[in-house]
Design a protein around this ligand. Structure first.
Ligand code: ADP
Ligand code: ZN
Ligand code: ZN
Length: 739
């Protein structure tokens, strides 16, 4: 190969295209995708660093005009090369700039200085030092004198003491180094996250089901280096024990492991279990760490100081030399998808990294995503099930409260009569309860309180949302209709949006149960650092009887005395204008139900809803994943939503509304042209769910139908079209695949 495509590592949007350079003779055959090189750049041929993202024999312009690259940067590690290769894949899969993709996989800027501990050490023999000190004092060089005097006492002092306590500037110290008075020694210290004291956590011996999984995965470790597995097991069925056993096996073969855990579930208890098992060969990254701290953890991984990295999405890019296994716990969680370009999904990127580096991928969930469940059924993933809780605890009893009967009887309280009875009962026994109100959804879809139907788009089968101008609109295709006076299904006049919040729940609870002690956890009460932890630990130590909260409270926390869980309005997540609404609801309800009866006490769950016959509600109540999967997959297949079909969202934003509309229309026209005579279609443009943020207008188009490759090719052509047309320069355009 004679030419290399190089991305120049400068953070300016305009430079986000590769430049071609000739590879000098001595480097031919030695460069690969991901190599870090130095190239002459711009008019002045300034040397800059770049990444090789492609190699070819074809010159892109007349060969005389192609510059020669200067050198390959030594010490660019294999890890870095592999991760750059991964960035190339991510860029092509999700559509983003190459720099955005590079910054995702090599996230910590090199500029972050490693933390050092520096010592100032006396270089002179003591008698000579004494004489020099006299000299300095006579010359009134007081700063130098102070340093020397202190060092005669101590021989060496930490840099911080000298600069901060003796008030000596670094330049004075440098001068003293030059004169041979002192030397400065620095040792690299890594910022380690504080290691919790290992908890006395008895080792468990795996049960038959767990052991079978371990045997199966380890039995073909070498034969099937890129094996992919899904462990479908209810909360508490012992998945984490299985992960740890698999990781121990990898470590015994000198391979490393990455464990992805949703940030919200990255609890103290989980970390302790890993620390207990793997000691200080474990590290963790999380979003509250500084860039420098994260950089250091990645360095420790690169240097072989650790074997296991635990963290949210970004831990996936830990530069391990011999990655053996990637575990993704709670694989269905939304937080595994990046909200910024490139909008990648950790599951898919883990598969790709596994393929490139010969590492296994193990997914775990009680309620797998449709994607994973389907792959488990087509054989792309090996599916294992753990269907009992490891510690004998019965699953809770789940009941459904039909809110339509409540409202027909004139009761509009957020606490239905059956729920109030259970609460009464629970309080009398001195047990605890959790009341859960999912507020993440959009409160602006319209539901009939008589028949429970939500008003949906006739074209997209997602709920319409009520706008301030009084019309109902679809956020997929842009369809609009006036708000009807009566329910289109049953003719009732009780068409409403939901405006329930956790504050109202708290008011209602304290009104009905004035003697109960109540805690509330939502965005408002947890804005302060550690507030969340404080609320949870107060509840754990029984300082309250009732915990009211949003979805924050349903994840990963064990409260042995909770025997009642109330889900106040399942419809809130059921009616979000998103084709995944049923999936999200099923997951949330199942998870929330898992909060009750965790220890020795048996529990009870009540789900309140206006749509009690909905399969997501019914299946969650029966804890019947298979039936849910069957129904949901039938819906996806019929409507061609992922994973049955492909979908690409094209998010456009611009400060000028008119310009945005014009640009979006042009995108549509272009796409219609290139998709003619294919089975793919363009939907929209439509306003986004939130049509304006910070005075920036937002619209979205969707590409739907056809194969993933067809849509990907359409996206590539669209990207070229956008780049070639000045008119799009003020419009920010991002792609979102399969969402
Ligand atoms: P999951 O990850 O599926 O939620 P965990 O691995 O956290 O399940 O297991 C739940 C609880 O059961 C933990 O306290 C764990 O120590 C315990 N446990 C798991 N497997 C066993 C086993 N084979 N024997 C005894 N206890 C077990
Ligand atoms: Zn109705
Ligand atoms: Zn629609």
């Amino acid at each position: 190969m004679t030419y290399a495509d190089v991305i120049v590592n400068i953070t300016a949007h305009a430079l986000d295209r590769p430049f071609q350079y000739r590879i000098p003779e001595h480097l031919r055959g030695r460069l690969e995708i991901g190599s870090v090189v130095t190239v002459p750049f711009g008019k002045g041929n300034r040397p800059v660093t770049g990444y090789v993202i492609g190699l070819s024999d074809q010159p892109a312009l007349e060969p005389e005009r192609i510059k020669e690259l200067s050198e390959a940067v030594l010490g660019a590690s294999d890890e870095e090369k592999r991760l750059t290769g991964l960035a190339v894949w991510i860029r092509d899969r999700y559509g983003s700039t190459m720099l955005q993709a590079l910054h995702t996989v090599l996230p910590v800027k090199r500029k972050v200085r490693a933390k050092e501990s520096r010592l100032v050490i006396l270089q002179l023999p003591e008698d000579l030092a004494g004489r020099e000190l006299e000299l300095l004092k006579r010359k009134h060089q007081t700063a130098r004198a102070r340093v020397l005097e202190a060092l005669i006492e101590e021989q060496s002092l930490p840099w911080e003491i000298v600069t901060e306590k003796l008030h000596v500037t670094p330049s004075v110290l440098q001068a003293m180094v030059k004169k041979g008075y002192i030397r400065i020694e620095s040792t690299r210290v890594y910022r380690k996250p504080p290691l919790p004291e290992a908890l006395a956590h008895g080792a468990v011996s795996l049960n038959g089901q767990q052991q079978a999984i371990v045997d199966s995965v380890c039995g073909e470790w070498e034969k099937n280096p890129c094996g992919r597995f899904l462990i479908q097991g209810v909360t508490g069925s012992g998945k984490t024990e299985v992960y740890m056993e698999l990781i121990a096996y990898a470590v015994s073969r000198s391979e490393q492991a990455i464990v992805l855990i949703p940030e919200i579930a990255l609890t103290y208890q989980t970390l302790m279990r890993f620390y207990h098992r793997f000691g200080d060969r474990v590290s963790v990254i999380h979003s509250r760490m500084s860039e420098g701290e994260r950089f250091d953890q990645f360095e420790r991984a690169r240097n072989g100081d650790i074997d296991v990295m635990i963290g949210p999405r970004s831990a996936l890019f830990t530069p391990f030399p011999h990655l053996g296994i990637i575990v993704i716990d709670e694989e269905h969680e939304e937080s595994y998808r990046s909200e910024q370009a490139p909008r990648y999904h950790a599951r898919e990127v883990a598969f790709q990294r596994g393929r490139m580096e010969g590492a296994k991928v193990v997914l775990g969930s009680a309620t797998p995503s449709l994607e994973a469940a389907r792959a488990g059924r087509t054989g792309e993933l090996t599916l294992f099930k753990l269907n009992q809780r490891a510690r004998a605890v019965s699953l809770p009893e789940v009941g459904i409260v039909d809110l339509r009967t409540e409202s027909r009887d004139g009761s509009f309280s957020l606490l239905s009569r059956p729920l109030r009875d259970k609460m009464e009962n629970c309080l009398q026994k001195g047990d605890q309860m959790m009341l859960f109100l999912n507020r993440r959804g959009y409160a602006s879809s319209v539901t009939c309180r008589s028949c429970g139907q939500v008003i949906k788009c006739p074209h997209c089968d997602v709920s319409l949302t009520l706008h301030a101008n009084g019309s109902l609109a679809c956020h997929y295709c842009g369809y609009e209709m006036p708000m009807p006076d009566r329910c289109p299904e049953c003719g009732s006049i009780y068409l409403r949006t939901f405006r329930a919040g956790t504050e109202q729940v708290e008011e209602e609870v304290t009104r009905l149960f004035p003697q109960a002690r109540v805690l509330r956890m939502d965005r408002d009460t947890t804005s302060e650092k550690d507030a969340q932890l404080k609320i949870l630990s107060a509840f754990a130590s029984h300082e309250a009887d009732i915990l009211i909260g949003t979805q924050m409270i349903v994840k990963g926390h064990d409260f042995p005395d909770v025997t009642l869980v109330g889900i106040l309005l399942a419809d809130l997540s059921l009616n979000i204008p998103d084709y995944r609404a049923a999936e999200r609801t099923f997951q949330l309800l199942t998870q929330a139900a898992g909060r009750a009866g965790r220890a020795s006490k048996s529990g009870c769950v009540l789900i309140q809803t206006y749509d009690p016959d909905h399969y997501a509600v019914q299946c969650a109540a029966r804890q019947d994943y298979e039936e849910f999967y069957r129904q949901e997959m039938a819906f996806r297949s019929m409507a061609l939503y992922p994973p049955a079909g492909s979908l690409i969202a094209i998010h456009c934003s611009c400060a000028d509304r008119g310009h945005l509309e014009t640009a979006a229309r042009y995108l549509r026209l272009f796409l219609e042209k290139i998709l003619k005579r294919t089975n793919a279609a363009v939907l929209g443009p439509a306003d986004e769910n939130v049509a304006k943020i910070n005075d920036i207008w937002r619209m979205v188009l969707y590409l739907r139908g056809g194969s993933a490759e067809l849509l990907r090719e359409a996206r590539r052509r669209l990207e070229r079209y956008i780049e070639a047309n000045e008119g799009f320069s003020t419009v920010e355009i991002q792609f979102d695949v399969d969402r």
